[in-house]
Design a protein around this ligand. Structure first.
Ligand SMILES: [Ca+2]
Ligand SMILES: [Ca+2]
Ligand SMILES: [Cu+2]
Length: 321
C-alpha cells in the first residue's frame, strides 16, 4: 500500500515494519426495517437491497482513498451479521478446525503502543512507530505473551488477516461483504449521511461509536467508555439493526482495493480484479478527527491480505437462499 502521505492512525501493514453532487437527486429514502432493533432479533439481519448513493457527499475524505465521486450503486438483498465476529465465535472455529492464524505463523503482529509493556513484551524488531511489532501477538493473546481474551469473549476478534477471515467464512458457510454491500448496510436506510445514525458525531451529546477522544496518539480521555475494543453489542444499532459498523474495529471486505472505484459496474459491484491490498471499512477505536476520520460510512482503507493488528477484525454476510 502506498502510505507516503496517507494518514494511517488506525492501520498499519506488515511491509511498513522496516522503517521506523448530482444535478437531480432521486429519492432513495426507505423505512428502516426495524423500529427499535434489539439484540434478541437474532444474529443476522436482512439488508433489503436497492439503490443508494455510495461515497462521500461532503468531500471530507482523503483524496487518495477514492471516496468520490458519489455514485449511484445498486445492491441485491443479503443477510448481514448483527455483530462483528467475536472472540467466542473465533474460538469455536479454531476449536473445530485446528486453524492456525497467520500472526501465529509469522510469530508476531502489530499492537498499539499504549497496550504494550515494553519491559515485559518482546518486539519482533525495533520500532518507534505507535504500531509495535510484538512477538507472539495473535488472536487469543492480542497484545502478546501474558495477554488474554478471557475477559473479552464478547469483543470483536482482532489480529486476524484477510486470509484468516476468509477461512472463518468458509467454515461458517458465510462470506465477507463487498464494499458496496458494507456501505449500503452501514447507512442503515439513511441517504447521504455521514455516520450510520446521521450527520452528528454525538447527537444530544451521546456517543454512538467507539473511537478516540482527546489527543491522538498520546492521550485518550475515553469519554465513549473504551480505550481499546468494546463488546460487539455496545451502543445503539443503526436502522438495519447493525452494531458498531463505525468504529470499534476495522472490518475486512472481499474487494481488492483500488482508489479509483469502478463507476461502470453499478449493480452488485465486486471491486477490481486485482490490487495490492484488500479493502476494509468502518474505522476503529483509534480513529480521531484530528488525524484519521475514517469512521464515516463512506471512508475506505486497505491492507495487504496477510496483515493483522489489534484494531482489525471482520463481520460476515450471507446470500439469501
Ligand atoms: Ca474509545
Ligand atoms: Ca466496525
Ligand atoms: Cu482511523
Amino acid at each position: 500500500m502506498n502510505t507516503d502521505n496517507r494518514k494511517t492512525c488506525c492501520s498499519i501493514n506488515r511491509n511498513k515494519v522496516t522503517h521506523n453532487v448530482e444535478t437531480k437527486e432521486k429519492d432513495f429514502a426507505r423505512e428502516p426495517l426495524l423500529e427499535e432493533p434489539t439484540k434478541t432479533n437474532g444474529e443476522r439481519v436482512l439488508i433489503p437491497g436497492g439503490s443508494f448513493y455510495m461515497g462521500d457527499s461532503f468531500n471530507e475524505g482523503f483524496p487518495q482513498d477514492g471516496e468520490t465521486p458519489v455514485k449511484e450503486v445498486e445492491v441485491s438483498p443479503f443477510h448481514m451479521d448483527t455483530f462483528a465476529v467475536t472472540n467466542k465465535d473465533f474460538s469455536a472455529f479454531v476449536k473445530d478446525t485446528g486453524y492456525i492464524t497467520e500472526s501465529e505463523k509469522y510469530g508476531w503482529s502489530f499492537v498499539f503502543y499504549q497496550f504494550v509493556d515494553r519491559d515485559k513484551v518482546e518486539l519482533a524488531e525495533p520500532s518507534n512507530h505507535w504500531w509495535l511489532p510484538v512477538k507472539d501477538a495473535y488472536w487469543s493473546q492480542p497484545e502478546g505473551k501474558g495477554s488474554s481474551i478471557e475477559e473479552r469473549m464478547n469483543h470483536p476478534v482482532v489480529q486476524v488477516t484477510w486470509n484468516d477471515a476468509m477461512a472463518y467464512c468458509d467454515w461458517a458457510g458465510k462470506r465477507l461483504p463487498t464494499e458496496a454491500e458494507w456501505e449500503f448496510a452501514a447507512r442503515g436506510g439513511l441517504v447521504k449521511k455521514r455516520y450510520p445514525w446521521g450527520n452528528e458525531l454525538t447527537p444530544d451529546g451521546e456517543h454512538r461509536c467507539n473511537i478516540w477522544q482527546g489527543t491522538f496518539p498520546t492521550y485518550n480521555d475515553m469519554s465513549d467508555g473504551y480505550i481499546g475494543t468494546a463488546p460487539v453489542d455496545t451502543f445503539k444499532p443503526n436502522g438495519y439493526g447493525l452494531y458498531n459498523m463505525s468504529g470499534n474495529v476495522w472490518e475486512w471486505c472481499s474487494d481488492y482495493f483500488d482508489p479509483r472505484y469502478d463507476h461502470s459496474k453499478i449493480k452488485d459491484p465486486k471491486g477490481p480484479d486485482r490490487g495490492r491490498g484488500r479493502s476494509m471499512r468502518g474505522g476503529s477505536f483509534l480513529c480521531h478527527d484530528s488525524y484519521c476520520n475514517r469512521y464515516r460510512v463512506a471512508a475506505r482503507n486497505s491492507n495487504p491480505p496477510d496483515t493483522s493488528s489489534s484494531n482489525l477484525g471482520f463481520r460476515c454476510v450471507s446470500d439469501i437462499r
